[in-house]
Design a protein around this ligand. Sequence first.
Ligand SMILES: N[C@@H](CCC(=O)N[C@@H](CS)C(=O)NCC(=O)O)C(=O)O
Length: 209
Amino acid sequence: MLQLYFAPMACSLASRIALMEAGLEARYHLVQLRTKKIVDDDGDFHGISPKAAVPVLVLENGERLTESAAVLQYIADLKPEAGLAPRPSEPDRYRLQEWLSFTGAEIHKAFLFPTFWYQDDGSLAKPRARIVQTLQVPSAHLADREFLVGNRFTIADAHLAWALLLLRPAGIDIAQWPPLSAYLARMQARPAVKEAIAIEMALRKTMTA
Ligand SMILES: N[C@@H](CCC(=O)N[C@@H](CS)C(=O)NCC(=O)O)C(=O)O
């Protein structure tokens, strides 16, 4: 069975959403990122991945795959009939990769990550200045579209929806981008997305309690 190492509401949420949208079973291992401990067995997460970052997907053959863009495509390709990614031969596959890269590099790492990790001592000025410019891109794209790629939900939506969910805890008001706000509401209304978020929010509460 597939196994996913995750932390509640971290970027691994997109992989959980993809697994649930695809109807694929997996064993989920909770990782405490601060201590790098695997909660199941108190193991050291560095032993699972030298990157010590989630997501890590353990494949059926025991190999471990990291990086959301790769993990998400792997999951989508396990269940092509779920339509979570255009087939590798289709031109839209490159559009999908374009969005996975943009969310991972420009949204996650360029401003969400620093917004959470730096103290509010002026070092936040740079990432905050990039927020409006960066989020304008998906906002303009989604002004007249329901989904990022083609006319159905894909793993690119799972990835972006996760990133948008973090705006609030990062102190950024999504209402300034009405298309993104409407898009996130649509994504959150999907049963699999709703369930994935509910599971991880409940776990997060127990970890902070
Ligand atoms: N490029 C990686 C980034 C993975 C990443 O940064 N994950 C975060 C959680 S969102 C993490 O586990 N960070 C390690 C830490 O906080 O110590 C990907 O897209 O999967």
